[in-house]
Design a protein around this ligand. Structure first.
Ligand code: FE
Length: 216
């Protein structure tokens, strides 16, 4: 083997990746996988349809709940206050609670602070408000790099954070789940909560994007 090959190999080495793959599947995960493979084998479900269903939960159904929370907080200062003081309770007011959302902390973006979420250990995520985590959220590079170089990672998402803005990274755990309250974009005065909710994206509630002003 040439010296060049050795170098290449060293560059590719990634401890975190190894660590991520070593996590054993939980009992429910094993059961789901077993069930899925039986259903696919018997021709009862189409893997593509399964993927579409999951995609739906990842990008629409779940985040739609979080978007309602955000829109309500933008519209009602007292609710916003309650949300920041006790996320779990305030989110439950709108009917969203349950598994993986028992202890919710909402962190607010402002002109001086930008918040971004991660779970460095695995993939903890606020299911009741955001649904299922996107694939990149669970990936080893995101999990390790957003802690060590958040500005660089955000830039890769197309989000440039000014030097005058503090970036705070929140590491979710089995006990605590975070959600970002994004900044209300300009040009949205007089919008209904429903219209506001339609502007709120999953990525903005994770903190890897902002909510742009609506096109007029
Ligand atoms: Fe986790």
């Amino acid at each position: 083997m040439s010296a060049g090959d050795d170098n290449h190999h060293n560059d590719d080495h990634d401890h975190d990746h190894q660590h991520a793959n070593s996590r054993p599947l939980s009992d429910p995960e094993l059961r789901v996988k077993a069930l899925e493979s039986v259903l696919v084998d018997k021709g009862l479900i189409d893997p593509a349809a399964m993927d579409a269903l999951i995609e739906n939960y990842e990008t629409r159904v779940g985040p739609h709940n979080g978007a309602q929370v955000v829109a309500h907080a933008w519209s009602d200062q007292q609710y916003r206050q309650r949300l920041l003081e006790d996320g779990t309770k305030a989110i439950a007011e709108l009917g969203f609670s349950g598994m993986e959302g028992e202890d919710m902390v909402v962190v607010e973006n402002s002109a001086t602070v930008h918040n971004v979420l991660v779970c460095t250990l695995c993939s903890c995520y606020p299911w009741p408000t955001l649904g299922l985590p996107p694939v990149w959220y669970k990936s080893a590079p995101y999990r390790s790099r957003v802690i060590s170089e958040p500005r660089k990672v955000l830039k890769e998402f197309g989000l440039k954070i000014g030097d005058d803005v503090e970036v705070r990274v929140w590491d979710s755990t089995a006990e605590l789940r975070y959600m970002v309250l994004p900044e209300r974009p300009p040009g949205t005065d007089g919008m209904s909560e429903e219209q506001l909710a339609a502007l709120v994206t999953r990525d903005a509630m994770i903190g890897v994007s902002l909510i742009p002003a609506p096109k007029i």
